[in-house]
Design a protein around this ligand. Structure first.
Ligand SMILES: Cc1cc2nc3c(=O)[nH]c(=O)nc-3n(C[C@H](O)[C@H](O)[C@H](O)COP(=O)(O)OP(=O)(O)OC[C@H]3O[C@@H](n4cnc5c(N)ncnc54)[C@H](O)[C@@H]3O)c2cc1C
Length: 380
């Protein structure tokens, strides 16, 4: 890597992975994270496809010390008005590792070398020239500025002020609650009109929990919680509805679903990564994978260019590798969101054979769980 100083704005999943990538490549790294204290007590569940996990272990970004729960299938359920847990429409093959978001973040944070200057409680703004403005009124310049600052990215706003996340027209309620039943190892998808429920088991320091989500367009109401409770009670099989309705409001959050992909991931000496660069709807289950892969690609570009090379060359390689992959995931995720929320079939007519055709029509296998690292992504 060319010798230099790298600033990473955002110290979440993508930011920690970039701090690791840049430090391993020999740079002097500063991370600016606006949150004070630990992020480890935040979040609910997050999924890693087993093949993508294996690639990230091989690249040296993840290891098996972080707790996880196994998923070896996906069961699509419909409330039949009779059975407490609903009727199975389809048992689909699926292979994921399910994490507690806070524990996954903590594992990545632990991997960031001690010589990295990780400054929590430091919200920054970024000038169009890449200058970083700190809360104490001082400014800093770096050779490269990485925007790992999520969907509202200050780095992206500096480079592409006209580009904003586009609301997809629906939300996802998320929550988690204690799981005191048998250890389930499938991802539960609950089929509802113009929406979907998802449930899976995650570890936590206080015992296993169920991380649940509910997608619906019924979210823009003035008081969304009654809408959430009514949806769960009306459409979920009673067993799963109880998990949602018994989750305290303090453990429930509402996330607007957005689409975003910037035209370029780099500009001058700035680059964007993770959710700052491309937001794929969560149906594609690859947000963490994509952010860490961006860092792996940056490290690979640094190695390819070598100490005698230029930063421009590093950023050009990063652009060529990651922009097509990010744009393609956003495309797949939109298609899945359309089929799973915006234009759902009449679930009562679905058979396992029809479910297979319905899934294939979404082209979901083109990206569900994320693309393989280094995969050549063609324009479709
Ligand atoms: C606290 C938290 C909990 C989450 N929980 C879940 C979850 O349970 N399940 C799930 O699927 N996804 C969760 N996500 C989102 C998930 O991390 C991302 O979708 C994905 O992993 C990509 O991560 P990212 O690092 O690119 O973006 P993000 O995780 O959004 O991280 C962006 C980071 O940048 C920081 N930041 C933003 N602006 C500035 C600024 N101006 N100056 C300094 N710092 C700034 C933010 O505080 C944040 O830590 C969570 C994100 C956060 C921040």
């Amino acid at each position: 890597m060319p010798i230099g100083r790298v600033a990473v704005v955002g110290g979440s999943i993508t930011g920690c992975a970039f701090a690791l990538a840049a430090a391993r490549s020999g740079a002097e790294v500063t991370v600016y994270e606006r949150t004070t204290g630990e992020l480890a007590d935040r979040g609910v569940g997050i999924a890693l496809h087993v093949d993508r996990y294996a690639e990230l272990v091989a690249a040296g970004y993840l290891d098996d010390t972080t707790p996880w729960r196994n998923v070896n299938g996906r069961t699509w359920l419909l409330d039949d008005g009779e059975s407490a847990r609903g009727r199975s429409l389809w048992d689909q093959p699926a292979a994921f590792r399910m994490y507690n978001w806070g524990q996954l973040w903590a594992g990545l944070r632990r991997r960031v070398p001690a010589e990295v200057d990780y400054r929590g409680g430091t919200p920054v703004t970024v000038g169009t020239d890449g200058e970083i403005h700190l809360p104490d009124g001082t400014s800093e310049r770096y050779d490269v500025v990485v925007g790992a600052d999520g969907y509202g990215s200050a780095v992206r706003t500096a480079v592409f002020p006209q580009i904003r996340p586009q609301y997809a027209g629906y939300v996802m309620w998320r929550g988690s609650c204690a799981w005191n039943h048998e250890p389930i190892d499938n991802l539960i998808s609950i089929c509802i009109p113009n929406g979907q429920g998802v449930m899976y088991r995650i570890p936590s320091s206080g015992g296993d929990r169920i991380s649940w989500g509910l997608y619906s367009a019924v979210g823009g109401t003035a008081d969304p919680r009654p809408a959430l409770l009514a949806l769960a009670r009306t459409y979920f099989p009673p067993f799963w509805a109880d998990l949602v309705t018994s989750t305290p409001e303090s453990d429930t959050l509402i996330q607007p679903i957005n689409d975003l992909v910037v035209d370029r991931f780099t500009s001058g000496r700035m680059l964007v990564a993770g959710d700052a660069a491309a937001i794929a709807r969560p149906h594609v289950a690859s947000g963490a994978v994509k952010g860490i892969q961006d860092a792996v690609a940056f490290e690979a570009a640094c190695r390819e260019v070598g100490p005698a090379g230029s930063w421009d060359d590093v950023l050009a390689r990063y652009e060529a590798e990651r922009h097509p992959a990010g744009a393609d995931l956003v495309r797949v995720a939109r298609s899945m969101g359309y089929a799973m929320v915006e234009d759902t079939p009449d679930w009562t007519t679905m058979t396992p054979e029809r479910m297979v055709d319905w899934w294939a029509a979404q082209h979901a296998d083109d990206g569900f769980g994320g693309h393989a690292l280094g995969a050549a992504i063609g324009a479709r």
